[in-house]
Write a protein that binds this ligand. Structure first.
Ligand SMILES: Cc1cc2nc3c(=O)[nH]c(=O)nc-3n(C[C@H](O)[C@H](O)[C@H](O)COP(=O)(O)O)c2cc1C
Length: 490
């Protein structure tokens, strides 16, 4: 028997259902009228209501492609195979794979390392060593690690991400570059080695008018953990543009550290106002090095190689002492917190070409021993790292590799304050999932595994230190199933 309660329940359910349908119809009606009367979007005007699904699917497609549709080696900027290598390395789990490589090794441009017929026994395998930068400075830096963390500012990154990177760098014995946003307590507190970057807005070392403030630089240089200064001329993802931090990411604290107003977008000048020639560049390097006593170098992406020739000539005219102690060579495929697409897509030379070129020009000008080369740009896994070392780099750095170690899922939202993994957002609700202590272990694991595998490639090629790798150990595929010695290309 149906009870009175059940009848009442069904009646209420029927009324609610009818209301729901009514609301839906009303909503569709309203959306229909909005769509046919608006003039901004053709699809919605021509296909009212259903046209909206295009925008929804376009948005959702970004997420679904990554999980369901894209093949292992397909996605950009980093495919799943590479990301998974970093994730496994960061978790320090079994790094072996079964069955065979999914890399298409016969594609034009792919590099292949040449194994030695009789590699040394494991007890005598390859090992990376420390290397001195700025031998002639008052405080040269014996950099312990060949692999380091590239510049990413506090601002582009969240406080928890910077803390995790700094603690990870301390555990890994590598350096952390501040990026152009100045030095925060999150960088300092972990006690890791720090490279202070001087961006074009001179955040952290500027006066109220935005000019270089020597006293501020002296204060920073007095910190023992600040090991070097890097003057950023350009960055691979946006040569010719300064740093860009959207207003939504300028919190009170970030505004204070940078010396700018809170809540206003922070747009750095496209070049250092005080550097407009090789001479003024060398003057500024000299000023920073004299004030700090510490190695001072530049970060740049290569445009016209003639500039490097001219810079070297200007250095040689003054004497090799005036040279930058290092050049960080970033490349067209470099990453960014925010940059205009045309610059990312079209401007600057890729590392594969610019790195051997820079190496060769420095050798020709007699400056190769004086200037260390630090390379960056998609060097997130051991193969790319080994290739960079073999083609001229003394050190390699990575930004996005270390972001992956923090749990980055390549959501491509660094410029929106909505990063779902808490790495590039200042929203506490999104940061709460990122535990800096736990993630610092992942940073250190990733660093350890990358070096271990870099050493493994070196060992297989028959050398005792990755820095002994050279172009002699590399062939480049030029046509299907045919490769030539790398030397022929440089
Ligand atoms: C979120 C983010 C912020 C960055 N901020 C800076 C910066 O402040 N200064 C700088 O010189 N480069 C900055 N970069 C560029 C990196 O330092 C690096 O040169 C570039 O991403 C290439 O390395 P990768 O391929 O390992 O990411 C940033 C990159 C990312 C992804």
């Amino acid at each position: 028997m149906i009870s009175e309660f059940s009848i009442a329940f069904f009646n209420i359910a029927a009324i609610l259902f009818t209301c729901l349908i009514g609301c839906l119809v009303l909503l569709v009606g309203i959306l229909y009228i909005i769509d046919v009367t608006q003039k901004k979007q053709t699809i919605r005007r021509n296909y009212p209501v259903i046209g909206r699904f295009r925008y929804l699917f376009e948005h959702l497609g970004e997420f679904f492609r990554q999980y369901f549709f894209a093949m292992d080696r397909e996605e950009l900027p980093f495919n799943r195979a590479l990301r998974n290598w970093v994730y496994r390395a960061s978790k320090d789990v079994d790094a072996t794979l079964a069955f065979g490589s999914t890399r298409q090794i016969n594609l034009n441009g792919e590099a292949i390392f040449l194994n030695a017929p009789y590699p040394t026994l494991d007890s005598n395998s390859a090992c990376s060593t420390s290397l001195r930068i700025g031998n002639e400075c008052r405080y040269p830096y014996d950099a312990p690690s060949i692999f380091n963390i590239s510049g990413m500012s506090y601002g582009a990154l969240s406080s928890v991400a910077v803390t995790a990177l700094a603690k990870g760098a301390k555990k890994a014995h590598c350096w952390l570059n501040t990026g152009e946003g100045g030095l925060s307590s999150f960088h300092k507190d972990a006690g890791c080695d720090i490279i202070f970057q001087i961006g074009t807005a001179k955040y952290g070392v500027r006066d109220l008018n935005g000019n270089f403030a020597p006293n501020k630089l002296k204060d920073i240089a007095a910190l023992p953990q600040v090991k070097m200064f890097e003057i950023k001329l350009s960055q691979g993802a946006k040569p010719g543009k300064g740093g860009m931090l959207p207003a939504s990411k300028i919190s009170k604290e970030i505004a204070e550290i940078r010396g700018i107003p809170e809540g206003e977008a922070s747009i750095s000048p496209n070049r250092h106002p005080n550097i407009h020639s090789n001479e003024t560049l060398l003057d500024f390097i000299d000023e920073v090095r004299s004030l700090s006593g510490k190695p001072t170098g530049i970060k740049t992406v290569m445009g016209d190689p003639a500039w490097i020739h001219e810079l070297c000539d200007a250095i040689n005219a003054r004497g090799a002492k005036s040279a930058p102690d290092f050049i960080t060579l970033d490349c067209a495929e470099g990453g960014t917190g925010a940059a205009p697409q045309p610059l990312m897509d079209f401007v600057g030379m890729p590392l594969r070409e610019s790195l051997p070129l820079l190496n060769r020009i420095l050798e020709e000008k007699g400056l190769r021993k004086r200037i260390r080369i630090i390379a960056s740009g998609k060097l997130v896994a051991p193969g790319a790292a080994a290739l960079a070392i073999a083609t001229g780099a003394d050190f390699i750095t990575s930004a996005r590799g270390f972001m992956f170690s923090l749990g980055c899922i390549q959501a491509m939202q660094c410029n929106k304050n909505t990063c779902p993994t808490g790495i590039t957002t200042h929203k506490a609700s999104l940061q709460k999932g990122l535990d800096p202590n736990e993630k610092s272990n992942r940073v250190a694991n990733y660093h350890k595994q990358l070096i271990k595998h870099l050493e493994m490639i070196s060992h297989s090629c028959g050398v005792h230190d990755p820095r002994e790798l050279s172009h002699k150990h590399v062939r480049i595929v030029t046509q299907h199933n045919k490769s030539i010695p790398m030397k022929e290309l440089i």
